[in-house]
Design a protein around this ligand. Structure first.
Ligand code: HEM
Length: 133
């Protein structure tokens, strides 16, 4: 008789975040906060009037970045998230607004707080890098 052993498989952050639905949920919350809270006015002003394309693009980017489908990267060969901001005048205040709104969106989601803390750390580093250029 043959016994099959199923190896425990570790989940990717994408799976832990609830897949495309989970990522789309906190991304939409992030842009809802950006649109509704005047505290993020400077950040909102940097974006185009219609945030729908950004909701789709950031969600797609984060799916790949968290270890899920890589459509965003495949559709933009040679583009990274830093080069995508080359023409965006990010300063320390708008970088702070971005990371704060995203931290709130993650806190409002059902994502495990430890994973959310790791994601927030990485976003803070990226945002500081964008503001420093
Ligand atoms: C540091 C503060 C940041 C500011 C002020 C900022 C601002 C912007 C703006 C103004 C755009 C163009 C949107 C438009 O055309 O309406 C953009 C695009 C984008 N941002 Fe940010 N961003 C920041 C940080 C980040 C971070 C940390 C990430 C990733 C975790 C990110 C991911 C993206 C993506 C994926 C796009 C779309 C690029 C494309 O599809 O061409 N941004 N951002």
């Amino acid at each position: 008789m043959t016994t099959t052993v199923t190896e425990p498989r570790s989940q990717s952050p994408y799976e832990m975040a609830g897949g495309a639905a989970g990522v789309g949920g906190f991304v939409n919350r992030f842009y809802d906060l950006m649109e509704s809270d005047p505290h993020y006015g400077a950040l909102r002003a940097l974006h185009a009037p219609d945030l729908a394309p950004m909701r789709a693009s950031l969600a797609s980017f984060l799916c790949g970045w968290l270890g899920g489908p890589r459509d965003w990267f495949e559709q933009r060969p040679g583009v990274c998230v830093m080069s995508a901001h080359a023409k965006v005048p990010v300063d320390p205040e708008t970088a702070r607004q971005w990371t704060e709104a995203m931290a709130r969106a993650l806190a409002d989601s059902r994502i495990d707080p430890e994973l959310a803390a790791r994601i927030n750390d990485a976003f803070a580093r990226m945002a500081q890098g964008m503001a420093a250029r």
